[in-house]
Every structure is written in structure tokens, then in C-alpha cells.
Ligand binder design. Structure first.
Ligand SMILES: Cc1cc2nc3c(=O)[nH]c(=O)nc-3n(C[C@H](O)[C@H](O)[C@H](O)COP(=O)(O)OP(=O)(O)OC[C@H]3O[C@@H](n4cnc5c(N)ncnc54)[C@H](O)[C@@H]3O)c2cc1C
Length: 404
């Protein structure tokens, strides 16, 4: 959708095909962070160690459903290979640059008429309860300063003074002043409204299931009942992009990472700042006035596996451990949102052209950062299509970086 935004602005005639109705995908119920602070990708030595411990606990926050599935095995091998301190270090600058670009772009979207998505640039807390995470936090703040990002350590008292209205059980927090947040549901609504008003053709219920090629270029996109001519194709099918890329003879290491969220529309519990609860990997976002959203879990599973609502108990238990006054009952099943993060094998997005066909760009694999990096990704896609120099170096995001 972001790519459509920029392509329309630069004079292209754009059609967006979705197999759904544009109203239900991962870009809605997420935590809404626009966060240069997240310069550490998903694949880290710590997560591999932790993941093995958590794997068999149904309430844990990171869970890989063991399956004899080649896509998962291939992804897992590359994930472990990517989880080295050198690679984590190398990912920091590209992740910072794309996040800062995105934040800059969202700030300009927020000034457009009709674009209202409760964007607030006030910072984000990463709250910790244990000495182990405190040590990690010190290291993260040092690294943030090296990267030129505004971040500071708060002890428990200083943190409590920032949120005086509710008790917090914590040793301290990192305060990332560099971060912003928004209300994703409103962002999507504004984006869809803007695209429609500007003659971008959004067509629902069109599952792309085939492409036709002529002389090394894709000429037609085929769905069950229609076909569409195209000069340029952008594959941005989230967690389903691996399957779509394989229709284009391209291997993409990508698995779905399911997460859940619940939103209190008129919350009696208030926070001034979004907060990541570090030990439990839960995200809390106060958004759009009185709303507050609680989200978490990373469940590497198939999109066909039924959701495990037990995991929401895990999120709510974690919240209670940090905020003892937050008594949030388990909501009715229809009030629980879940979505599938498109997880690349190293936690960096795939943005760029593919080798096999001349006119195909892939824009996916953003894992936990697809909202944060959305606007920048759209801008980069537009620059690639016009063969212009990109706003930032995108070498680290090369689609075929694993050698295929
Ligand atoms: C609990 C949770 C919290 C999160 N919090 C944050 C956060 O705070 N900040 C952040 O940056 N990110 C966050 N994320 C991650 C973020 O939500 C995702 O990275 C992002 O939404 C992915 O966007 P996408 O456009 O790639 O995929 P999607 O939004 O899933 O869109 C993909 C679209 O492709 C369509 N599609 C699939 N296959 C086909 C086909 N064959 N033909 C036609 N259409 C097809 C689908 O219908 C869908 O509409 C969170 C995720 C979760 C689960």
C-alpha cells in the first residue's frame, strides 16, 4: 500500500490486488511502533538460546511449532547462521537508516489532508525487571548512542515518575526518545482512503495464483477469474510472499510469525508512553486517546494452524507482573486479534529486484518491523522502479542475499 502511495505520486497508474478485502491483515492489530530503537534484528544469539528453552511451553512468548516442513527447516538453518554478534552488529546501521527514513516519511504523511493516524513522537520505554536485562539494556543504550539515537537509562524511581498514575514493578527502563507510535487501524484507513481518492485501483478478492512471462519479463498477473497486464510488479504479500515468489522462480526464506493483541477501546488503565516489557516480550501502546493495546508472542507456525488463545493469557499475566493494578480479564475470542508477521531468515526485510525477471520487485520480510518500515519501503520501491538512486543504501536488504 505504501508503494502504491509513492508510485501514484510519481505518476504511475497503480492497481493493488488483494486476496482479501484490505481490511484484515497484519498491518492492523500490531503495536504501532515507528521505532528506530529496534536496530537489533530478530535473529540474535540470545533468541536462539532462549527459543530452545521456550519452544515447548504453550504460554511462552517465542515458540517454534516443530514440523517436518522444508520451508521451516531451511529458514531455521539460515536463522541460526544469521544469529551471530557480527551479523547483528552489521544489521544495526541499515535498520536504523530505514527506520529514520520511514519516520520522516510518516511525519510528512501526517500533514496531508485526510491523513489522520494519531501519530505521536514522544518516545518508548523498554522496561526490565532483572539484572540480566538491565545489563543488556546498558549495552543497548551505548549502542544507540553510537548510532546517534536518543536513548537514556532510567532507574525504577525515575521510571515511576514518568508514569505516576500506576504502580510499576521494575528495576528500570530504557527511554528511547527517538521513537514514535501511531494507531495502525487509522493509518490503514487513511491510506486506503487516500489511494482511492487518487485513482489507485484497489481490487479485493483477487488471489494471485499465476504469472505469465514474455522474454524474461512478467506480462500478466492471473487470478481465479481475471488477468491483469503490468509493466512492473511489486510482490508485497506479507507472510504469503514465499509462495508468491516461488511462482516467480525465486526462493525466499520466509515464515509466518503469529502474534496476538487485544485493545481496550476506552481503557481505565493509562500509560503516557508505549512500553515493551523486556522479559516477557510484550508490547503495550496507548493509542488514539483512550485506547490501549497489549500485544505479543512470536509463534513460528503455519497460517493453517488454529490460533492458540492460551497465549493471550501469557500476555495478560506478563502485563500484571509489571503493572499490578492492570486487571485485564481474558477477552471474548472475537475480541482477540492475531496476525502473521512475515519473518525473513535474518530479521531484515527483502527489498529489491529479483534476478530471474526484469520487472519484479519484492518488498516483504519485515518481521516485527513492517509498520515501522512501511513508509520507507514504499518510497524505496518507487525509487527502484524509476531507476533513481535510493534514499538509503539497501544492499543489506537484497532479496537474493543468501546466494539464491
Ligand atoms: C502482535 C504484533 C505486534 C506488532 N507490532 C509492530 C509494531 O509495533 N511495529 C512494527 O513495525 N511492526 C509490528 N508488527 C509487525 C507488522 O505488523 C508486520 O510486519 C506488517 O504488518 C507486515 O505488513 P505486510 O504489508 O508485509 O503484510 P500484511 O499486512 O499481512 O499484508 C499482506 C497482504 O497480502 C495479501 N496477500 C497474500 N497472499 C496473496 C495473494 N496470493 N494474492 C493477493 N493478495 C495476497 C494478504 O491478503 C494481505 O492483505 C507487529 C505484528 C504483530 C503480530
Amino acid at each position: 500500500m505504501s508503494a502504491a502511495f509513492y508510485l501514484q505520486q510519481s505518476g504511475r497508474k497503480v492497481t493493488v490486488l488483494d486476496r482479501g478485502d484490505f481490511l484484515d491483515n497484519c498491518s492492523y492489530g500490531n503495536a504501532g511502533y515507528v521505532c528506530p530503537s529496534h536496530f537489533i534484528p530478530l535473529a540474535t544469539p540470545g533468541i536462539v538460546k532462549q527459543g530452545l528453552k521456550w519452544m515447548f511451553d504453550a504460554q511462552s512468548t517465542f515458540y517454534i511449532q516443530p514440523r517436518l516442513n522444508w520451508a521451516l527447516i531451511e529458514w531455521g538453518i539460515r536463522f541460526i547462521k544469521s544469529a551471530t554478534s557480527q551479523r547483528v552488529e552489521a544489521a544495526a546501521v541499515p535498520l536504523r537508516d530505514i527506520a529514520l527514513l520511514s519516520q520522516h516519511e510518516y511525519e510528512s504523511w501526517a500533514k496531508l489532508p485526510g491523513f489522520e493516524f494519531a501519530y505521536e513522537h514522544k518516545g518508548l520505554m523498554e522496561i526490565f525487571q532483572t539484572e540480566e536485562k538491565a545489563a543488556h539494556a546498558y549495552h543497548t543504550v551505548e549502542k544507540a548512542h553510537e548510532l546517534g539515537l536518543e536513548a537514556m537509562m532510567l532507574d525504577g524511581d525515575a521510571l515511576q515518575r514518568m508514569e505516576p498514575q500506576t504502580k510499576i514493578n521494575a528495576l528500570g527502563a530504557i527511554f528511547f526518545k527517538c521513537d514514535a507510535h501511531l494507531y495502525p487501524d487509522l493509518l490503514m484507513k487513511s491510506l486506503i482512503g487516500h489511494l482511492r481518492k487518487n485513482d489507485v485501483c484497489l481490487i479485493s478478492n483477487q488471489e494471485v495464483n499465476r504469472f505469465e512471462y514474455v522474454n524474461g519479463s512478467v506480462k500478466k498477473i492471473i487470478t481465479a477469474d481475471r488477468s491483469f497486464d503490468a509493466d512492473e510488479i511489486v510482490v508485497a504479500a506479507g507472510s504469503w510472499s514465499r509462495e508468491m515468489a516461488s511462482l516467480l522462480d525465486t526462493r525466499l526464506l520466509l515464515v509466518p510469525g503469529r502474534g496476538y493483541s487485544i485493545t481496550l477501546e476506552d481503557s481505565p488503565y493509562r500509560l503516557h508512553y508505549p512500553a515493551v516489557l523486556m522479559e516477557g516480550r510484550v508490547a503495550i501502546t496507548p493509542m488514539d486517546g483512550n485506547k490501549i493495546r497489549f500485544g505479543g508472542t512470536m509463534e513460528i507456525t503455519s497460517t493453517q494452524t488454529p490460533p492458540r488463545m492460551k497465549r493471550v493469557n501469557g500476555i495478560l499475566d506478563t502485563v500484571k507482573r509489571y503493572f499490578p493494578e492492570f486487571d485485564i480479564p481474558m477477552p471474548a475470542l472475537d475480541k482477540i486479534w492475531y496476525g502473521y508477521r512475515p519473518c525473513s531468515a535474518d530479521g531484515l526485510p527483502y527489498i529489491g529486484r529479483i534476478k530471474k525477471y526484469k520487472n519484479v520487485i519484492i518488498a516483504t520480510g519485515h518481521s516485527m518491523l513492517g509498520l515501522s518500515l512501511g513508509a520507507a519501503t514504499g518510497k524505496l520501491v518507487d525509487e527502484l522502479i524509476h531507476d533513481r538512486p535510493t534514499s538509503i543504501d539497501i544492499t543489506a536488504f537484497a532479496v537474493e542475499r543468501f546466494g539464491f
